[in-house]
Design a protein around this ligand. Structure first.
Ligand code: NAD
Length: 499
């Protein structure tokens, strides 16, 4: 037996063999039309499980379940302290099943077990605990008002934040468990009920999360899980009139489709969308730290990170050193399954994503890019693409303008700081950016002019539950994390009392 390969837990193998249904009202129910969707292991391409292919009729049942639970007050009617206690219990349950969830995620999504353990599970458990605390901290305000009629009447006015109602949480495939949790827990803290729709490619941890919510004491019907195709189940969910709030993470194109559907019903929505995030390295930056920053910011999760550094702007004086340093490191990286503890490069999520990334690499070559490292898929089975560094590109090139969502970096030199910031902002996206310098004045002067929801200085990609995260421009609407996230699952009511 290969000592480097994590042995799959029996509980994980048993979960893969299950005839998974949709989670409706606390019960697993098969799709009415009986359709199934195959789930593959990206490291081998083999089918490892199947899930129900929910359609419009199934969506109706799930939304009705969430609506009944909301209207019945089984969750929103609890004391905030009880919601908090149950959410803290949910964190404990997720933690207790951490290795199981991590293995499921690695088998389904392809990512390294190290990342599944530390981020999908570890960071998510901290996030649950953080958000649980918000259940008891939702507040309104009192206002002094100057209403003059009827004469002599006095008024007391205040605002309340009330749970929005049924939430549609629509999640992508890059961090399936973590992004589901990003939506679920603030919505639950606010008192909402939920229909969670994982990606077609990566539905397994969402299904297990739904079961664990029940185990933690969240009443049946509060968390419902819909598996199915985006164009059908997702679209029906986003268009459903009983959904009060849509929290969507995914591509900008689908985000726009969802927003159009939402507007027809005046459903509230927040959108976390794509990015083409710049990393700007000034002349004084520390070269070794910048190289480490590129490796982490650009190649984490094979670059399938919405906030990944994918455009590098490096001062000409440091360009060769940094770009060669990155290329040298990635050339020596070993490819392998996410369950291989020594593998440094893991597969992309699907054959479709592998083909999409390779198509961009063909376009890059045709448009004259120089491939410094990587440049294509590997010969081994599974959906691997070598980590790739491209130079000799500019803003007229497709690979500089479009989100690739894979392990592909484009690197460009600059001469002046003004030029670097202008290039960094020359994109329809505005999710995240990073600035690498030890010059405090440069940091203070430049960060306001960078068009991005998050700007890191001397790092790229770390997130914290207390720090709002979301996009400018075509990278989205609204913010996740912190107070803002919880409030996004509430409606504001003004109360005005004459006395
Ligand atoms: P996607 O847009 O294809 O799918 C996202 C989700 O929407 C999936 O669950 C899918 O089934 C569903 N969906 C598809 N069509 C739908 C429709 N018509 N109506 C309703 N739902 C529908 O995105 P993806 O390929 O799963 O994920 C990659 C994208 O997600 C990238 O663009 C990436 O940048 C973005 N992303 C953004 C963030 C962020 O926080 N900003 C985080 C992660 C990923």
């Amino acid at each position: 037996m290969d000592q480097n390969l994590v042995p799959v837990l029996p509980v994980v193998s048993a979960f893969l063999r299950k005839e998974h249904g949709l989670l409706v009202d606390g019960t697993s129910v098969q799709a009415r039309a009986g359709g199934r969707i195959e789930v593959r292991n990206p490291a081998t391409g083999e089918v490892i499980a199947s899930v129900a292919d929910g359609d419009e009729q199934d969506v109706e049942a799930l939304v009705q379940s969430a609506h009944r639970a909301f209207a019945g007050g089984v969750w929103s009617g609890l004391r905030p302290a009880d919601r908090e206690r149950i959410l803290l219990k949910f964190a404990e349950v997720i933690e207790a099943h951490g290795e199981e969830l991590a293995q499921l995620e690695t088998l389904n999504q392809g990512k390294s077990i190290h990342i599944s353990r530390a981020i999908e599970v570890g960071a998510s458990v901290e996030y649950v605990r953080y958000m649980a605390g918000w259940a008891t901290k939702i507040t309104g305000e009192t206002m002094d008002v100057s209403i003059a009629v009827p004469q002599g009447t006095r008024y007391t006015a205040y605002t309340r934040r009330e749970p929005a109602g049924v939430v549609a949480a629509i999640v992508p495939w890059n961090f399936p468990l973590m992004i589901a949790i990003w939506k679920l827990i603030p919505a639950l803290a606010a008192g909402c009920t939920i229909v969670l729709k994982p990606s077609t490619e990566t539905p397994l941890t969402a299904l297990r999360l739904g079961e664990l919510a029940l185990e933690a004491g969240i009443p049946p019907g509060v968390v419902n899980v819909l598996t199915g195709r985006g164009s059908r189940a997702g679209q029906a969910l986003a268009s459903h009139p009983l959904v009060s709030k849509i929290s969507f993470t995914g591509s900008t194109d689908i985000g726009k489709t969802v927003a159009h559907a939402a507007v027809d019903n005046m459903t509230r929505f927040s959108l976390e969308l794509g990015g083409k995030n710049p990393m700007v390295v000034l002349a004084d930056a520390d070269v070794d730290k910048a190289i480490q920053g590129v490796l982490m910011g650009g190649f984490l999760n094979q670059g399938q990170v919405c906030a990944a550094a994918s455009r590098l702007y490096i001062h000409r004086s440091k360009f060769d050193q940094i770009v060669e340093g990155v290329a040298d490191t990635v050339r020596g990286m070993t490819l392998g399954s996410g369950l291989d503890l020594t593998a440094q490069v893991n597969p992309l999520v699907s054959s479709k994503q592998q083909q999409s990334v390779c198509r961009y690499l063909d376009i890059a070559r045709a448009e004259g890019a120089r491939v410094l490292a990587g440049g294509g898929k590997s010969d081994r089975p599974g959906y691997f693409v070598q980590p790739t560094v491209l130079t000799n590109v500019d803003h007229s090139k497709t690979v500089v303008r479009e989100e690739i969502f894979g392990p592909v970096l484009v690197a460009m030199p600059f001469d002046s700081v003004e030029e670097a910031i202008q290039l960094a902002n020359d994109t329809p996206y505005g999710l995240a950016a990073s600035l690498w310098t030890n010059d405090l004045s440069a940091v203070m002067n430049l960060t306001p002019s960078i068009q991005a929801g998050t700007v890191w200085v001397n790092s790229h990609v770390p997130l914290d539950p207390n720090l709002p995260f979301g996009g400018h421009k075509q990278s989205g609407v609204g913010r996740e994390f912190g107070r803002t996230a919880v409030e996004s699952f509430t409606e504001l009511k003004s109360v005005c009392i004459a006395h």
